[in-house]
Design a protein around this ligand. Structure first.
Ligand SMILES: C[S@@+](CC[C@H](N)C(=O)[O-])C[C@H]1O[C@@H](n2cnc3c(N)ncnc32)[C@H](O)[C@@H]1O
Length: 256
């Protein structure tokens, strides 16, 4: 084993011990309705990232999830699709968690306003303090404080696989409402594209550690047809890694 891989496995085992010791109860989402209502522990993750010499986002990709470069790969795909090139003035993100996509989005664009809806209060406070974003009051079911047709990019990553069908669907209506005509809506869902028999077997045999409601699936055509009915057309879809299998990122544009 080389020095780099030995360092990585020490980090990984350290992280697992840390996460195991602190458990999933440290950061509990307060308003999650029926989905996976825990997120990774706040203090422990910050400390572990710091001692690994990594940003929190890179630490989660590399050590916690074991998928180095995963966030970067999604951001690269979105850049290639022109998602960041339109001079974004307002961005809204649902469930940013540690801010790994938020941080990289801020490097791609310089929005005047970045709103977050996050049910895990310690992470929301951390993102406000670190990146100067605006944390909106989050009921877990609407984007009510955000006006209609006001946001250039609305995004959510790895959120809708952890909440119920109804929670995701409520957010879908709201995402379409707040996006300005010509703006983009980006989110991932575990569609049938991600659910070939081998992937289902992998989830059944290796997934679901303590959370039988995760991951939640969502039919692709339900999303495409619903957003079409709300005046938003599908521009692209691509697969990204999620846990032991994958999830599908969908990119919509609201008709101008
Ligand atoms: C699996 S984490 C993903 C975090 C981040 N987007 C990422 O990919 O690293 C899901 C996030 O969604 C948040 N969340 C869960 N239910 C939510 C809801 N109903 N509204 C807003 N955020 C929610 C959790 O607190 C957590 O931060």
């Amino acid at each position: 084993m080389g020095a780099a891989s030995s360092t990585t496995s020490v980090l990984k085992s350290g992280a697992r011990q840390l996460l195991g010791r602190f458990g999933f109860d440290i950061v509990r989402s307060t308003n999650n309705r029926g989905g996976v209502d825990d997120f990774i522990p706040f203090e422990a993750t910050l400390r572990a990232a710091q001692s690994a010499g990594l940003s929190v986002g890179d630490y989660i990709d590399e050590v916690v999830n074991g998928t180095p470069g995963a966030t970067r790969a999604t951001i690269d795909e979105l850049r290639a699709l022109g998602v960041f090139s339109a001079g974004l003035r307002t961005v809204l993100e649902i469930g940013p968690g540690s801010g790994r996509y938020l941080e990289k989005t801020l490097k791609e664009a310089s929005p005047e306003r970045y709103e977050i809806y996050e049910t895990a209060a310690p992470w929301a406070t951390y993102l406000v303090d670190t990146f100067g974003v605006v944390a909106q009051p989050t009921t877990g079911r609407s984007l009510a404080p955000t006006p209609d047709d006001s946001v250039d990019l609305v995004q959510a990553h790895k959120v809708f696989s952890g909440v119920t069908f109804l929670s995701s669907s409520r957010y879908f209506f709201e995402m379409a409402r707040v996006t300005r005509p010509g703006g983009r809506i980006v989110f991932d869902v575990m569609t049938e594209t991600c659910l070939d028999p081998a992937s289902v077997r992998a989830w059944v045999t290796k997934g679901g550690a303590g959370h039988d409601s995760y991951p939640a699936a969502m039919p692709r055509s339900t999303c495409v047809d619903l957003f079409a009915s709300l005046g938003c057309s599908l521009e692209a879809g691509f697969l990204v890694p999620m846990g032991i299998a994958s999830t599908e990122v969908l990119v919509f544009r609201k008709d101008a």
